[in-house]
Ligand binder design. Structure first.
Ligand SMILES: Cc1ncc(COP(=O)(O)O)c(C=O)c1O
Length: 398
């Protein structure tokens, strides 16, 4: 008979054998998986046989999430990461080496820009920023820099510009460059970049995929070859996703379609309403017939999505007054949640850009970005009315 502590350890780690299939993917909350003998452990660790050894390398719950997103994106393979940034980092460094230049569309998420300029720039990878609405200029930049990759956001953060992925991918491929697409804003319900010619698609699964603002996660999908090239970066850098986090994202996926439909329906309503309001200089939403991205969006997106932006004529002060006056929408930088979120990129996600860089990225001082949630549209309109009244007052006080 073993002694108490030994018995406690063995009793508490005896994993039940289940013959029936659970109705949800179980959370394999384990750091490691034991093999039946040394040969099996060696085979699993070297990849000779498929199996699990250590959760930084692979875990059944995180693997189930990666496979699910790959299936929704029409990809051969996927990898899950601790955050969207970990997925984006791994995707970029799997295709670009020190001494090379990556061509990047100019209105990208602020932290992606920081990753490129501050972190990868320090390691000898250069980034050249281009206008995604000018495929000829993008192609010229790829040709001139001999870039091995083009980096694009399906719908840009925060200016809601829809990139013509098919045209950009064709241009990049003419010069042998791979195409990496951050598909966070669109989600695979609205757009599947690989079907349009992209080589890798990345997600901040923190956003629409999970949908409830209660988890951080990232996913990258692509061909088996491209994803296998990213695997060592995941394993060696260590940005692995926790099993509980993977479970939370898996729980969001079955409702992705109905959430995206509802986000879109409300966003169309609010965008059209905002257009006629005092104090609003411009509304940026691809679902509006007059929007510069409307034609590309019609071709490329199955729904226009829940992200819209609008410029207040009162500038930075009006933007801040608007945020302070809202009662319902959350004042934060995230997006893709059940709750409506409004942010002021010049003072939050893009605060690292000076006035010239903001202008180059098409970000006006009075730009507000709105992630339209699932609340009742009338309540949201009333909240926007409060914000607008405060913005107009702040603008007049100038
Ligand atoms: C378009 C886009 N890509 C990537 C990220 C980074 O994702 P995460 O915060 O999960 O690292 C964000 C976060 O806001 C984003 O908006």
């Amino acid at each position: 008979m073993t002694r108490f502590s030994t018995r406690a350890i063995q009793a508490a780690t005896r994993v039940p054998h289940v013959n029936q299939i659970a109705s949800a993917v179980p959370i394999y909350q384990a750091a490691a998986f034991s093999a039946t003998d040394a040969a099996e452990l060696g085979d699993v660790l070297t990849g000779a046989v498929h199996g699990y050894a250590y959760s930084r390398i692979d875990n059944p719950t995180t693997a189930a999430l990666a496979a699910a997103v790959a299936e929704l994106e029409g990809a051969e393979s996927g990898l899950a990461f601790a955050t969207g940034m970990a997925a984006i980092h791994a995707a970029i460094v799997s295709v670009v080496r020190a001494g090379q230049t990556i061509v990047v569309t100019n209105a990208v998420y602020g932290t992606t820009r920081d990753l490129l300029v501050r972190v990868l720039g320090g390691l000898g990878i250069a980034a050249e920023f281009v206008d995604p609405t000018d495929p000829a200029a993008v192609e010229a930049a790829i040709a001139r820099t001999k870039a091995p990759a083009l980096y694009v956001e399906t719908v840009s953060n925060p200016t809601i510009v829809v990139s013509d992925i098919a045209a950009l991918a064709a241009a990049a491929h003419r010069h042998g460059a791979l195409v990496l697409v951050d598909n966070t804003f669109a989600s695979p319900y609205a757009c599947r970049p690989l079907e349009l010619g992209a080589d890798l698609a990345m997600h901040s699964a923190t956003k629409y995929l999970s949908g409830h603002s209660d988890v951080l996660a990232g996913v990258a999908v692509g061909s088996r070859e491209r994803i296998d090239a990213m695997r060592p970066i995941l394993v060696d850098v260590g940005g692995a996703l926790a099993p509980l986090a993977a479970f939370l994202v898996l729980r969001g996926l079955p409702t992705l379609a109905i959430r995206m439909e509802r986000h879109t329906e409300t966003a169309i309503d609010l965008a059209a309403w905002l257009q006629g309001q005092e104090g609003v200089a411009r509304v940026l939403y691809p679902g509006l017939p007059g929007d510069p991205s409307h034609a590309v969006a019609r071709r490329q997106l199955s729904v226009y999505g829940g992200m819209l932006a609008f410029e207040l004529s009162g500038g930075r002060r009006a933007g801040q007054a608007f945020l302070d006056a809202m009662r319902l929408a959350e004042r934060t930088a995230s997006l893709g949640s059940v709750r409506t979120i409004i942010s002021h990129p010049p003072s939050t996600t893009h605060r690292q850009l000076d006035e010239a860089a903001l202008a180059a990225a098409g970000i006006a001082a009075g730009l507000l970005r709105c992630s339209v949630g699932l609340e009742d549209v009338e309540d949201l309109r009333e909240d926007l009315e409060l914000g607008l009244a405060a913005a107009v007052e702040a603008g007049q006080a100038k």
